[in-house]
Design a protein around this ligand. Structure first.
Ligand code: FES
Length: 295
């Protein structure tokens, strides 16, 4: 074992996130506890460890990695103000100081700095008990929270009149045209890969891996079950674009995911949610026959 591997094997959070423990992801279960209790009481964690037959130190390792999880009961409502890059540039530190001054003595409001919740477009962004909103909306969100509301914050859409200019489909009934062409045999998976490679499309993460090459590699790799995962959020500054795409142009994301599944032979597909701390949920599990008649 290398020194690095030996070191990593000793860190339960690393092991858990790397899938070293057998069993389903604990993150949605921890989120459910926090949603129900407002934080993660020790007895709930012990019960979870017993139910799932997983070591408590694995659970604690996960919790310590994600700042979203609370290990102490909140003092009333929790107001989070993002202090990541986009919000810092828009004066979040001063806003945090102002909020502490305004609510500091009330005792039922806790002000805390948080990492990017994916609302960079309204920087500096805030959350009230994880409900996102503009800084100016904090008093109203707090009022609603005091009234017992657990409804999500106001849904906002910032698209221009007439929609975004990146939609190749002018009319709603024309949507999924490329997928239909692929399913009908009008275009082949090889043509899709060839088009992707010639387009120069690359992943927008750190590696910048060529998308056409990736699809080709997965298509030609033998495997009884392949998965297609649409990563809709890495929580980096600017990640709000992914949420806006899903909120306003979900058909483009879904069509790309389904085409990737058809081309690579993936039988199951899903998308991560628009905040890095939310659970991942499958959005479709088409069999090839279902896919063939889809649309
Ligand atoms: S950097 Fe603040 S919401 Fe993204």
């Amino acid at each position: 074992m290398t020194l690095e591997a030996h070191h990593q094997a000793k860190v339960p959070g690393v092991e858990a996130r790397a899938g070293k423990f057998r069993g389903p992801s604990l993150i949605p279960m921890l989120m459910a506890i926090q949603e129900r209790c407002g934080w993660l009481p020790r007895e709930e964690l012990e019960a979870l460890a017993r139910e799932q037959r997983r070591p408590l130190y694995e659970i604690e390792g996960l919790i310590s990695f994600y700042p979203h999880f609370r290990t102490e009961p909140p003092q009333g409502a929790t107001v989070g103000l993002c202090h990541d890059l986009a919000c810092w540039l828009k004066g979040s530190e001063e806003r945090i100081a102002q909020l502490r001054e305004r609510y500091g003595d009330t005792g039922d409001v806790e002000i805390t700095g948080i990492s990017c919740p994916g609302r960079c477009d309204i920087a500096p962004a805030a959350t009230v008990d994880d409900r996102p909103g503009r800084v100016e909306e904090i008093p109203a969100l707090l009022e609603a929270r005091r009234g017992g509301s657990r409804e999500p914050g106001p849904t906002v859409a910032y698209g221009p009149e007439g929609g975004w200019p990146n939609d190749p489909y002018e009319r709603v009934e024309h949507r999924y045209g490329a997928l239909r062409a692929l399913l009908s045999g009008e275009i082949t998976p090889e043509q899709v890969i060839d088009n992707l490679q010639r387009s120069g499309l690359r992943g927008m993460g750190g590696a910048g891996f060529p998308t056409g090459r990736k699809w080709e590699l997965v298509r030609t790799t033998e495997g009884s079950l392949k998965y297609a995962i649409c990563n809709a959020d890495e929580s980096e500054p600017g990640t709000f674009k992914d949420r806006q795409l899903l909120a306003e142009q979900a058909h483009l994301v879904l069509e790309g995911l389904l085409m990737g599944m058809v081309v690579t032979g993936a039988r199951r597909g899903g998308s991560s949610s628009a905040t890095s701390t939310a659970p991942r949920r499958p959005c479709c599990t088409p069999r090839s026959s279902t896919c063939g008649s889809w649309g």
